[in-house]
Ligand binder design. Structure first.
Ligand code: IMP
Length: 204
């Protein structure tokens, strides 16, 4: 029987991606299925805090095993920005195009010799009844391209060239290729491996 677990997100495309990564051993339930339809607060100063805040928000309301994830892009030449502000870098509209334009502009302002190295970083927080909190981390290192390429993925994918790909941007990779190397893929696979180890054990 698949293990039922609540994914603390209102984002349906994240749920699809997580289901692919976690595989058939898990049945993902979303807060809306349990009558929780409001935006889940994310007011922390770090990705790790936000991830814990989202999982705890759902756990406190459901008392069921749940997890959340929070990701950001850290650019070395910008002192780790946009980091926790990645989604809203260019403003509340969360526009991917505006975010990419702003990032390319900031890197141009940093000068031609500024390094373009960067990484996507994910923290995934799992809460099991108790509550028992476990944190998993995933990193996709890479660099920021000079311009956009590719139509796949989302967010900053058209301007992010992962080190573990072959020079293509993340938007030029298939979903499968990206999941195999992505920050979220790594964090969620660790979470899944942990749960598989726990299954039928004292962890639940
Ligand atoms: P979230 O915490 O997963 O919602 O990610 C915050 C923001 O980071 C998103 O709104 C995107 O702008 C960006 N982001 C996260 N993961 C990715 C990715 O895999 N590719 C491109 N952008 C991403």
């Amino acid at each position: 029987m698949p293990m039922k677990i609540v994914f603390a997100t209102q984002n349906r495309s994240k749920v699809r991606e997580a289901s692919e990564i976690l595989g058939p051993g898990f049945e993902l339930v979303v807060p809306a299925d349990l009558g929780i339809t409001e935006d889940i607060p994310e007011t922390g100063d770090t990705l790790e805090e936000n991830s814990l805040q989202k999982a705890m928000y759902i756990y406190e309301r459901t008392k069921e095993a749940c997890f959340s994830d929070d990701s950001g892009l850290e650019v070395d030449a910008l002192g780790g920005a946009p980091g926790v502000h990645t989604a809203r870098y260019a403003g509340e509209s969360r526009s991917a195009d505006a975010n990419m334009d702003k990032l390319l502009r900031e890197l141009e302002l940093a000068g031609p010799d500024a390094p373009r190295t960067a990484r996507f970083h994910t923290f995934a927080t799992l809460i099991l009844p108790g509550p028992e909190v476990h944190v998993f981390e995933g990193i996709m290192p890479g660099r920021i391209a000079l311009g956009r390429s590719g139509r796949g993925g989302f967010g900053y994918d058209p301007i992010f060239i992962p080190d573990e790909a072959d020079g293509r941007t993340a938007a030029e990779l298939s979903e499968e290729e990206k999941n195999a190397i992505s920050h979220r893929g790594k964090a969620l696979r660790e979470l899944a491996d942990f749960l598989k180890g726990c299954h039928g054990n004292t962890c639940q």
